[in-house]
Design a protein around this ligand. Sequence first.
Ligand SMILES: *Cc1c(COP(=O)(O)O)cnc(C)c1O
Length: 488
Amino acid sequence: MRYVSTRDVTGAPGKRFSDILLEGLSADGGLYLPETYPQVSAEQLDAWRTLLAEEGYAALAFEIVSLYIDDIPAEDLRGIVQRAYEPSKFLDPAVVPVTQLSDGLWLAHLSNGPSVAFKDMAMQLLGELFAYELARRGETITIVGATSGDTGSSAMYALQGKPGVKVFMLSPAGRMTPFQQAQMFSIDDPAIVNIAVEGVFDDCQDIVKAINADADFKAKHRIGAVNSINWARLLAQVVYYFAAYLQMVPSVPEPGAPDEGGPRPVEGRISFAVPSGNFGNIAAGHIARQMGLPIHRLILATNENNVLEEFFRTGVYRVRGGAETLATSSPSMDISKASNFERFVFDLLGRDAARVRELFEDRLGTDGEFDLSGTDEFRGQVERFGFVSGTSTHQDRLEQIRRVHEADGVIIDPHTADGVKVALDSGVEGPIVVLETALPVKFAETIVEAIGVTPPRPERFDGIEDLPRHVVQVPNSAHAVRAIIDES
Ligand SMILES: *Cc1c(COP(=O)(O)O)cnc(C)c1O
């Protein structure tokens, strides 16, 4: 399998997985995608259903990931995937269990990993792949990242103790939830450096950009990234769409075969509702659907920051600036420029890199928006790609958290509540799986506001707020951050 950039107009031969793994963003500014999506047959799905039931999530993940990675020996790759999805790291050994609510919706639980947010599903694999590839090359890497909460702790838990990896994680001082701060700042490891910037998340991201734009500094420290534009993160996320489907849709028995009984909840296609920010999670659903997984609709849910919802409703993609980005009660979705969206547009436009380049460089560069509403591609999108969208408000999220708690005794986090609200309003027929993207303990304040109850806390986080904090506070300046990296 080779990989091409969404902006490559030269027709140059594609790259290998291990090269794009460490490269992240393509030098032409585009994002990498595989040259083709491997197709999965009904027989294959049947075999994988048995594999998942008998050997677990890691075994399924290996099968899917190995369709896309052919430059790591199979036995090595099997070890990488098994370490990433070792059941004991997850609160439930099923890794991604699926449950049903009394309103008919299903929940796929993606937040049982080390940092209790769905980003662990990708970051755990990325950490193992980085460690493997760096050792193979005898190289080191310095990760400089920005986080508003979930990415930082997920990356730290995944990269902690990995030889050859150093992490500098920037976060806006005083702006994460107390639990998120405790998760990150309690890590006591000289290779993990927390930098609290006196500013907002956008300031942190600007500093990361400035550091990456400094070619000498970047080369000197071998600076790399773990943000969601990395193809390996998307690839890891494709797996749980299959895992959820295989748990919900049992195989059709051979005609005349005795019915074994057992749960048989759903027949045919299912839909997914996905709380979205950078379009990473739902882009993985798009890829699973392109591989032939029987997905009916991909229901994109946003909060008040509705750039993506607006695109799927109108065909106009209009990015917004920091000043226009609202701080909401589902903060991991407070994004107004979805870094993975270009991948979908590439497929939507028949993989026409010249058109993608013109939209994302010229149109966004000069107008801050582009409009596909008049095109056949956009008009045929629901039939071909299955995207529908919706949005929620703070009141909607409180209401859903309350309703689900009263009906089922289950507490959902505010991001998952976005997904639940939009799924219920979508009018989509047939079973809908809402992807649960974080545990409520990360957003206790909103849960208390909704139901007056403090969300339960997994035992392993007991007392993390009382541990010594490892963090340096700096002014909002790239210079100050550079100095810290230089001195470490
Ligand atoms: C990152 C995140 C999202 C958004 O996912 P994208 O891949 O950026 O669309 C939603 N919910 C939670 C809890 C997250 O951490």
